[in-house]
Design a protein around this ligand. Sequence first.
Ligand code: ADP
Length: 630
Amino acid sequence: MAVKQFKSESKRLLDLMIHSIYTHKEIFLRELISNASDAIDKLYFQSLTDPNVGKTREDFQIRLTVDKAERQITLSDNGVGMTKDELEQNLGVIARSGTLDFRRENAEKLDDLNVIGQFGVGFYSAFMVAAEVSVSSRAYGADEAWRWHSRGAEGYMIEPCEKAEVGTDIVLTVKKDEPDEHYDEFLETRRLAELVRKYSDYIRYPIRMDLEHSRLKEGSESEYETVVETETVNSMVPLWRRNRSEVTEEEYHQFYRDKFYDFTPPLRVIHAANEGLATYHALLFIPKQAPYNYYTKEFEKGLALYSSGVMIMEKCADLLPDHFSFVRGLVDSQDLSLNISREMLQHDRQLKVIAAGLEKRIKNELLKMLREERETYDAFFESFGLQLKAGAYTGFGENRELLQELLLFYSAAQKKRITLAEYVESMKEEQEVIYYAAGAGVAALDRMPQTELVRERGFDILYLTDDVDEFVLRVFGTFADKKFQSVSASGLDLTTEEEKKQAEEQTRTHAEMLRFMKDALDGKVADVTLSGRLKSHPACLTSRGEVSIEMEKVLNAMPTPDKVAAQKVLELNAAHPLFAALDRLHGADSDKLKTVTEILYNQARLVEGLPVEDPAAHAEAVCALLAEGL
Ligand code: ADP
């Protein structure tokens, strides 16, 4: 029998497959199974009107067997089959010329991955793993069967063969392992079963395999035997294609567990079917806990992408915005081609429409949780709030509108996390701004001198305990037309007219001392002033200008060479007994006033969580004072 040459286009493609550097060789199985499923579809539809087919829906199946010794995988289907001509046409030639011309023109620009995408090369992908491919087929209605056979580039042969049943058997003789190319794995039934589940789980017909199990021998308590059982490997009906009302919560959770290996049930399941601009099914999960690597570079966001039940990508990052990167799940759309490549996906309009739709859905689900199940939302925010806040802050707040309603901050008055809207609702009539204080934790902020008077006046304060918090509020600037106001910014004014007059008076009286103290601190502070905000504390540090003390801490903790410094003001409480002592020292003992000023300044730094520049000198000065006083 003469060996026929492949048509030139086919040959090029075949070359690409044989020498493929494509890293996902395993997709050959997906391609062949999809073809088998299509062939069964055809015969099944035929059977609906043609009683001669003699088959019902249940009779159709795909069989996958392995002969390890011969290094062979056989994939059999009882679909429509191919005639001799069809074998020639379908497997010898790439006959879709119209699109092919376009593709040929562009072929140079494409990498091999794209070529796979461009050509719909399904069948040829067999040559990525097989040294030899044989296709025995008997077409529906034909009396004889034919066998197509090829070792790759040299060409193919077609000869008559024996085949009793209508359908197609594809036999792959798997390539030998090479030092850096592994093929042996494709001869392991477990591995193949894994690939079926990974890519073809939702093929509508059963994919059956003989799988080995080890089980206790009958009558024995310790002896095991290996038995071979024929199993249907794929689950066939995708959960997400079923009606929401037919799926139980347990089924959703089971699916989530199996797919994402997270044993904590998700907080929410979003099961959506969309028609319109884009047609798709989506099944999304909002996890309860962040995976251990969530806040690291290793974490990869994305949703699995399916095209009509066949997986085409495990993690499609373009489907999820960064601020919702914690969402897990999948999208199934028939509008996407099975062989679309990563590069092409990025520009796919359909995908953008889907992503935008999902973003809205996720937001609405979170809002619903926030309104209806506050405790659950609080748990969610505990895990992923940081991500939402980072999202609200990046890009100069471009996602602010989308995210601001979802943010929670700790309320000093209510002692729990609240939304910005809730803060504004509970504002006092005379209150004009939204107060916030940034620091290391709730307890520390409660003790912070700057928060005391604000709270005493009956104003709530948002406690910002995450590094990113203050940056978020700065980017926002206002909420519901109310300005955000740090309790630590110098110039915070809570005083009445009466108090103001008194303070001015006092400042005038003590101007000389304040100037002396400022000079004593030798450029470390922009000013030393009398404070209108202190109650029980003798002194505190506040900041002037753009950089707050908290921001100085956060920014300087980053590994950048440029360090920033907030412009600090040392504020003193004139009503505190220590102030009277300072006043006595002024003019009487300048050296001591200088020492006490330095101590006060350092104490104020400590209260702010800032390091003391010279801890030894500070300790020494405090001890010297103690020794005098004790
Ligand atoms: P595609 O599936 O994208 O059309 P393939 O190269 O995978 O391209 O297959 C070419 C054609 O060969 C298919 O369109 C189909 O007509 C035929 N074919 C492939 N596998 C089978 C099969 N198992 N049974 C019947 N026909 C098949």
